[in-house]
Design a protein around this ligand. Structure first.
Ligand code: SF4
Length: 403
């Protein structure tokens, strides 16, 4: 039977009038009890948990990505926490420290919550000690469970004596329990490199229905599993650069009849891989929070037809998804422009709305890169791109957004 949310045909919001009309007809309890989409009244810690590599720690299979206005959305933290979403991922750079400050506000009001959280933050080298200390102060905690070197695109960025010495010292000082890195670019290569190091505890990586079948990604995940590295998936929705056409959207329409939104199905595809400890998802609204938690709680597995629909959708929309394989396109333009980073900022701009100030992310580009952005000849980069992205068009668009 289609759920209440499915009956709304995946509209962006459920109006109070619609909700009252529905509840008046069949009762709130009936809706909440019967709908696997709504996900309310969920007992604490009901969400399944998995081992995080060889750390000995178990984490819920869904985590809260905190790259949104945490200060003014404390209720989302509360709802997530109360439902067992106790893996929280933030970064020094999110909202210029605002995300960490928002978590600090929550923990100040709810100090007993700290021991139940698996708290993750990220900072950029080379001075990891200073960024960690500043993060701890904003978070109002003595330690984080996992500290990640932020946005690594080559394992050489983290495979340094300084990074290793920092990780060992911070662990000894009780400021971090585990160390690792996040990666959006050259993910498979970064994972393969980490698996050889022997001192990386966890990795936050781009992983979704578009990339999960790629042989190099699958091999790298196997290597990390063997090395005992805990893996967290991010960018699980695999957002692409354009608006869907009606024909593209129709590919995923059968999922609604099965009781899933397309977003839930994409998330389940990630969570159903037992090699992924947790799927970390941005939840900048209560609607998304409930929808994602419901997907994590729902015991229904994706059917072959669901997976086929996702694969078909990935193929039909491939030319707008940047997989972050910057080693392929950026050298062809003399590394003059960080194409993959800008593609990611553009994706934030299109899909994350006000929750991420993508324009200010773009504005962090060095002045000389911003100046050359619309001038570079991207023809060679476009020929090198395995997905056929119109790189020149998108880089010029980024330039326009920057103004
Ligand atoms: S633009 Fe193409 S080649 Fe460059 S990182 Fe994105 S998908 Fe890879």
């Amino acid at each position: 039977m289609p759920s209440f949310y499915t009956m709304k045909n995946n509209k962006d919001s459920i109006s109070r009038r619609d909700f009252l009309a529905a509840t008046g007809a069949i009762g709130v309890g009936a809706i909440l009890a019967s709908s696997r989409i709504w996900g309310a009244d969920v007992p604490r810690q009901a969400i399944a948990r998995r081992k995080f590599g060889k750390t000995g720690v178990e984490v819920p299979i869904i985590g809260l990505g905190c790259m949104f206005d945490i200060i003014n959305n404390q209720v989302i933290l509360r709802q997530a926490f109360d439902r067992g979403v106790t893996y929280w991922d933030t970064a020094a750079g999110y909202g210029k420290g605002g995300s960490e400050r928002g978590i600090g506000m929550f923990l100040e009001r709810n100090p007993s919550a700290r021991k139940e959280l698996f708290l993750v933050t990220k900072g950029r080298g080379p001075d990891y000690r200073q960024t960690l200390d500043e993060s701890l102060a904003r978070l109002k905690v003595d330690y984080v469970d996992l500290f990640l070197s932020h946005a690594v695109g080559d394992i050489g960025e983290v495979d340094t004596p300084e990074a290793r010495a920092f990780a060992e010292r911070a662990k000894r000082d009780g400021k971090i329990k585990f160390f690792g890195f996040s990666t959006h670019s050259n993910v498979a290569q970064c994972l393969e490199g980490a698996a050889k190091l022997g001192w990386i505890d966890g990795i936050l990586m781009t992983y979704n229905y578009r990339t999960m079948h790629e042989p190099d990604v699958m091999a790298a995940i196997d290597a990390c599993g063997t090395a005992g590295i805990g893996l967290t998936a991010m960018k699980t929705q695999g957002q692409w650069q354009w608006r869907e056409t009606p024909e593209q959207a129709a590919i995923l329409a059968p999922l609604l009849a099965r009781g899933f939104t397309p977003g839930q199905a994409k998330l389940k595809a990630v969570m159903e891989n037992p090699q992924i400890s947790t799927a970390c998802v941005q939840m900048p609204s209560l609607k998304l929070c409930h929808e994602n938690i419901a997907a994590a709680l729902d015991a229904t597995s994706l059917a072959e037809s669901d997976r086929a629909a996702l694969e078909q959708h990935a193929a039909a929309t491939a030319t707008g998804y940047c997989a972050g394989c910057s080693r392929l396109c950026e050298p062809t333009i003399g590394n003059a422009v960080p194409v993959a980073d800008i593609m990611r900022d553009l994706m934030y701009h299109r899909h994350y709305g006000d929750s991420v100030d993508a324009r200010s992310l773009l504005a962090e580009l060095p002045v000389e890169v911003r100046a050359r952005l619309p001038l570079v000849d991207y023809a060679a980069a476009e020929r090198a791109c395995p997905r056929g992205l119109p790189i020149g068009l998108l880089m010029r668009e980024a330039s326009v957004i920057l103004g």
